[in-house]
Design a protein around this ligand. Structure first.
Ligand SMILES: [Zn+2]
Ligand SMILES: [Zn+2]
Length: 149
């Protein structure tokens, strides 16, 4: 696990300016290395005595996403999740009907990445993917109208 000190140090070496707010968001992400909604980040910041509005937190998270430090994933009903990029990415299958989230291994996406590289000369950044569909249980229950909720 990467510590917030390491991340902050690395950014400083790149000459990136770090406000206290940015440092605190990095700290929260390191302390709670899980799927976090913007509201979760706000909540954890409040516990540190810092009250930042949603727009500010959103902007900091976008900035971290562009730097490749944080992944952003739309998990459908569960909202948009932010998470520190780990050593090995993981991805999700999200059921549109019951909202179930299945975690899958990054190895599934390696053939796709290779195809994108060789056929399109495109270097994909597959950080944290969510693929929407219907889980096996919902397919059996809801044959007639597969994607209605
Ligand atoms: Zn995830
Ligand atoms: Zn389902």
């Amino acid at each position: 696990m990467v510590s917030s000190e390491t991340i902050i140090e690395r950014l400083r070496e790149q000459g990136i300016r770090l406000t206290i707010q940015r440092q605190l968001v990095i700290e929260v992400l390191c302390q709670h290395n899980d799927h976090l909604l913007i509201q979760d980040v706000q909540q954890f910041l409040l516990q540190k005595g810092v009250d930042l509005n949603e727009t500010t937190v959103y902007r900091i998270l976008q900035w971290l996403k562009n730097l490749g430090i944080v992944s952003q994933t739309d998990l459908g009903q569960s909202g948009v999740a932010y998470q520190l990029m780990g050593e090995e990415p993981h991805h999700h299958l999200v059921c549109l009907s019951c909202g179930k989230i299945i975690t899958v291994d990054n190895s599934l996406f390696l053939p796709l990445s290779n195809t994108l590289r060789t056929q399109f000369g495109f270097e994909p950044r597959i950080d944290h993917m969510a693929i929407f569909g219907l889980c096996s249980v919902c397919q059996q229950q809801d044959d007639s109208a597969p994607l209605s909720s």
